[in-house]
Design a protein around this ligand. Structure first.
Ligand code: DC
Length: 226
């Protein structure tokens, strides 16, 4: 039986960084599912479809399905392909981040992308990061973790990431933006961000990435060896 590890959590809880490093340690494939939602937002912006136009966005997605393409030589590296075009860093540009939330709340979008995520996971050992992996995408995953961190810790982390990317933003503005995204992600009608009842919660506020990864690796190895 393939081993599935689901990592969920709010914005800047450390889930993507942890999930990637974890997949590396375990030798599993990895997918940060936010990239698929971002790819749809990118497509909508490129085609001039408003990110609030559910009908328009869902039709666009029906005609241009995003695919996850893994580099065979390096299972940690993947790109999202739409219409033969490979998308990478463009998915993290600010306009895409701003357009993605309403798109991720559209039921038709979620249905298709959940299917794509399950297809990616099928039959192999996988670490998948997102908001609804343990609750909706892989409800039978053998390992589920829900990462949290204080709003201050999350603001500092995101600030450092943005500075490294050369983006300057006011700390208070960023904090407010993270809180607004949390609010939208946790209160949307379809698949809101939530801890699965059987997920282990880890508060990463004062932990390093390696400490979190070590903790999860121990648990996966211990249970898999039984
Ligand atoms: O993790 P991220 O910032 O790249 O996610 C981008 C958006 O997609 C964010 O608004 C939440 C949404 N998302 C989601 O609804 N479900 C997922 N499994 C992953 C991301």
């Amino acid at each position: 039986m393939p081993i599935q590890v689901a990592i969920d959590g709010p914005v800047a809880s450390g889930k993507s960084t942890v999930a990637r490093r974890l997949a590396d340690r375990l030798g599993f494939v990895f997918l940060d599912t936010g990239a698929l939602y971002r790819a749809v937002a990118y497509l909508a912006l490129e085609r001039g479809v408003a990110p609030t136009d559910a009908h328009g966005v869902e039709s666009l997605l029906a005609a241009h399905a995003p695919e996850v393409v893994t580099d065979v030589a390096d299972p940690l590296t993947y790109r999202i392909r739409i219409d033969g075009k490979l998308l990478g860093q463009q998915l993290f540009a600010l306009p895409v981040s701003q357009a993605v939330s309403p798109i991720a709340a559209m039921p038709g979008v979620r249905r298709r992308l959940v299917q794509a995520q399950r297809g990616f996971a099928a039959g192999r050992d996988v670490v998948m990061a997102g908001r609804d992996i343990g609750t909706v995408v892989l409800p039978d995953a053998g390992f589920k973790f829900y990462l949290t961190a204080s709003i201050d810790a999350r603001t500092e982390r995101r600030l450092r990431e943005l500075i490294a990317l050369g983006v300057s933003i006011d700390r208070d503005e960023l904090r407010a933006e993270i809180l607004a995204r949390d609010e939208r992600d946790t209160t949307r009608a379809v698949s809101p961000l939530a801890k699965a009842p059987d997920a282990v919660e880890i508060d990463t506020s004062s932990m390093t990435v390696d400490e979190v990864v070590d903790r999860i690796v121990r648990q996966v190895r211990m249970s898999s060896a039984r």
